[in-house]
Design a protein around this ligand. Structure first.
Ligand code: FAD
Length: 480
């Protein structure tokens, strides 16, 4: 008779190191790793195009890694509950383990699955594999969730939590007979019209790549992180966001890698402290999404629910395509389209531009990011959009309207970022690069730029749009 068997249900934890569900399964006996494709169970947020691309590569890497350890990745599609029940019946598994996710519709689904499996006398357990701190562990003095980041993160750091990651198993005990598996290619996660060349060039997916990226960042970039992180043309940030989203690296592994580097260094640790606080913003996003589950579609600040937005489809399309006539905005939107990623400073600039200069609802921007970002993450995306729109927790005040000209001058001072992504403006001198419409005709002619044909005229006039945004804000300012 086969040894006792446990199913490990992989989700946003596509790694073998520091994987609590896998660790628990190893203690049972044979391990059946499974991934279930069930996009219809993700509520309003089934994975977008860029996420599906990443998922395809990540599952491929995970399957290869499992194979090296003498195991396999079983793929199933359909209702998660049915798949798990069927797999347990086929393999005689007595346990099903998974690492938790925190999106509202997934929480509801998982609760129901856990109960149903337990009712059928299966051991069903979930673990924390994605966060440093569970969202319900952190409370303010009144026992309520935090809505401001600094006290939230202070509270986290004051906790005496064990953040040691679990080891990667050397081998995985396997059943004599493997159950059937889908073929990954049949799920058609990769695009049929190949728009993904830039994403392919940009990223190496998987657990091994995630750790290389982490180690390189810690060794080469972390010290300067605080001073360099806002400059859009420089690779000064970790670019770990998609790896974190898909769980190819865990925040505990990041935490320990950073601490190890600090232990071996002397002097100031501004870079490391700031970097860990950004990982803390990710935790804050999950804290908020867990406690305010409506906020992926509804403003946390209720007065913003009546904001006089404009739904101008043509303006939205021009923003999406990087054709607004504001070079820094267009550079960022084209970086997103080409690479599936955008610099954080650029995300704030384009989000502010959409919500404030164009008065288009932040939800439309969040949806576009959802489809095009390889790191699309419901908690961080919701936090980022509500923060920028001014309607979320600890949000930028609504009247702080990013100036798309001075933001470019300040955070792309040599104009490299704009020239890389908006090559039609490459020959413009820096003086006019951030606002080509203001350049004298002969300067435009010398640079070979014909506004309105080579590059668009600005979609809105900055001072006029700014005033319109402030007027709209007056209408909802009073908190209800
Ligand atoms: P680093 O600067 O190296 O930071 C390390 C890690 O900390 C990141 O990988 C990320 O996990 C976390 N982090 C950093 N900044 C933030 C932040 N502001 N909020 C939450 N977590 C943070 N991040 C996503 O992962 N997915 C999203 O869908 C997403 N959407 C966003 C939308 C808007 C409008 C804005 C303003 C920000 C959004 N962010 C999102 C946050 C942030 O822009 C990215 O996490 C960051 O740019 C990723 O690059 P990095 O890995 O080099 O970050």
């Amino acid at each position: 008779m086969d040894a006792p068997t446990a199913i490990v249900w992989f989700r946003h934890d596509l790694r073998l190191g520091d994987n609590p569900a896998l660790h628990a399964a190893l203690a049972v006996g044979n391990v059946i790793p499974v991934y279930i494709w069930s996009p219809e169970e993700e509520g309003s947020w089934p994975p977008g195009g860029a996420s599906r691309w990443w998922l395809h590569q990540s599952l491929t890497r995970l399957a290869e890694h499992l194979q090296k350890l003498g195991s396999r990745l079983i793929l199933r599609h359909g209702s998660s509950l049915n798949c798990l029940q069927t797999l347990a019946a086929e393999t005689g598994a007595s346990s099903v383990f998974w690492n938790r996710r925190y999106e509202p519709s997934v929480i509801d689904r998982d609760k129901c699955i856990k109960q149903t499996l337990q009712d059928a006398s299966l051991e069903a357990c979930s673990f924390n594999g994605s966060l440093l701190f569970e969202p319900w562990e952190i409370k303010n003095k009144q026992g309520k969730p935090f809505q401001v980041f600094t006290p939230f993160w202070k509270n986290c750091l004051a906790r005496d939590a064990n953040l040691d990651p679990l080891p990667t198993p050397a081998t995985l005990p396997s059943p004599n007979d493997w159950p059937a598996s889908d073929e990954l290619v049949d799920w058609q996660l990769e695009p049929t019209i190949p728009w993904d060349a830039g994403i392919r060039e940009t990223w190496t997916v998987g657990e091994v790549a995630a750790h290389e990226q982490l180690q390189q960042f810690v060794a080469e970039l972390m010290t300067e992180y605080k001073d360099q992180r806002d400059f859009m043309a420089i690779e000064a940030t970790s670019r770990l966001s998609p790896y974190l989203h898909f769980g190819e690296v865990s925040p505990r592994q990041i935490w320990v890698e950073v601490q190890a580097a600090l232990a071996g260094s002397e002097g100031e640790h501004r870079g490391a402290t700031h970097f860990l606080s950004e990982v803390g913003w990710r935790e804050f996003g999950y804290h908020l999404l867990y406690h305010f589950p409506d906020t992926s579609t509804l403003a946390l600040r209720k007065n913003f629910r009546d904001f006089p937005w404009s739904n101008n489809a043509e303006n939205l399309r021009r923003w999406q395509r990087g054709q607004t006539g504001y070079p820094v905005v267009d550079a960022a939107m084209r970086q997103l389209w080409h690479t599936g990623w955008m610099h954080n400073r650029a995300r704030m600039i384009v989000a502010s531009f959409l919500c404030k200069h164009l008065l288009i609802p932040w939800q439309r921007g969040a949806e576009w990011f959802w489809d095009t970002l390889v790191d699309a993450d419901l908690a961080s995306n919701t936090l980022g959009w509500q923060w920028t729109a001014g309607c979320g927790a600890d949000a930028a005040p609504y009247f702080r309207i990013f100036n798309p000209i001075t933001q470019g001058e300040k955070f792309d001072p040599a104009g490299e970022y704009i020239r890389r992504w908006v090559p039609e403006l490459a020959a413009l001198p820096n003086k006019w690069l951030y606002q080509p419409w203001a350049a004298p005709d002969e300067v435009l002619a010398d640079a070979g730029v014909a506004l309105g044909s080579d590059y668009p005229e600005p979609i809105v006039d900055h001072p006029t749009a700014r005033q319109a945004a402030l007027d709209a804000y007056q209408a909802v300012k009073v908190e209800k």
